[in-house]
Design a protein around this ligand. Structure first.
Ligand SMILES: [Ca+2]
Ligand SMILES: [Ca+2]
Length: 294
């Protein structure tokens, strides 16, 4: 796993300029931006890679309300979902973006292909939205019954949300983490800035929580609202705001927060042996080295 980020040399505070447009020219620079925010756009020579792997979300393929163990195998494009038949959908290099695209309560298989900026959604079809280098951030940003395709563009810190608009929120080096709004069931753009450990959640005061090298794992661990949280690979510890520090995992584990039933939300995927370890819950062998947990 690589979480290499070449942080911007700039340390300017994040500027939020919401620009709503009816028609979204994907690939175009969102505008008009203020002079200050435009200057914050990284020069072309600076690389701003997105997070690898992509953030893990709650995946519920069978619609029982609980996260299912699932992996995408890049070498073959096959999905392995616990309790369901294996399905070939996608190809090497694709980013798995399983989510409930048709609103039936079950997660659908889907991939985002960086080479052509196209989403392939099983049972729905393919939709071009985004471009190479974009981080897919699909989700429900409108509070309606269906989610929206969305991408975060690390090079300019712009969110492109299909059918909603363009939002400048973040800068080069930031990690995108859409957050459930405290009120209502919809997502708002948010970023975690590794250089400072500061979270910028749209509509909320910036919060310092975490440090460089941490992996943002915000999630509803307790109660009904989402907590800011980070997983620190160096000591395999989860830091959950308002809850505290919880050591869980070993070196090399990937955080896999979800709703695993019985109030268990902390879990890891171990790439070396393909095991999922749920805190206070089961250890399940599901996947193998090289698989991407989804
Ligand atoms: Ca399930
Ligand atoms: Ca579905």
């Amino acid at each position: 796993m690589s979480w290499t980020h070449r942080a911007s040399a700039r340390r300017t505070s994040l500027l939020a300029v919401a620009v709503l447009t009816a028609a979204l020219p994907v690939g175009a620079v969102a505008g008009p931006l203020s002079a200050a925010s435009a200057s914050a756009v990284a020069p072309a020579t600076v690389s701003c890679p997105g997070p690898t792997p992509a953030p893990i979300r709650l995946r519920d393929f069978n619609g029982d309300g609980r996260t299912d163990f699932a992996v995408f195998r890049p070498s073959t494009g096959v999905w392995y979902v616990s309790g369901l038949p294996a399905v070939q959908y996608g190809a090497n290099g694709d980013i798995p973006v399983a989510a409930d695209y048709n609103g039936d309560g079950r997660t659908d298989l889907a991939v985002f292909r960086p080479s052509n900026g196209t989403w392939y959604i099983r049972g729905v079809g393919k939709i071009q939205y985004g471009q190479a280098g974009d981080v897919p951030m699909e989700g429900n940003y409108t509070g309606t019954s269906h989610l929206q395709l969305a991408v975060f563009r690390p090079s300019n810190g712009v969110w492109y949300i299909r059918g909603f608009g363009v939002v400048q929120w973040g800068e080069c080096g930031d990690l995108p983490v859409a957050i459930n709004a405290p009120t209502g069931s919809k997502l708002v753009p948010a970023v975690f800035r590794p250089s400072t450990g500061i979270w910028y959640v749209k509509g909320v005061k910036p919060v310092q929580y975490g440090t460089s090298g941490d992996i943002p794992v915000s999630h509803r661990y307790v109660g009904t609202t989402e907590q800011l949280a980070v997983f620190r690979p160096s000591n395999s510890t989860w830091y959950i705001r308002g809850v505290g520090a919880i050591a869980f995992g070993v070196t090399g584990d990937l955080p896999a927060p979800g709703n695993y039933g019985g109030g268990n939300h902390i879990a890891t995927f171990r790439p070396s042996d393909g095991t999922w370890n749920v805190r206070n819950g089961p250890t399940v062998q599901w996947g193998t080295d090289g698989d991407i947990p989804v």
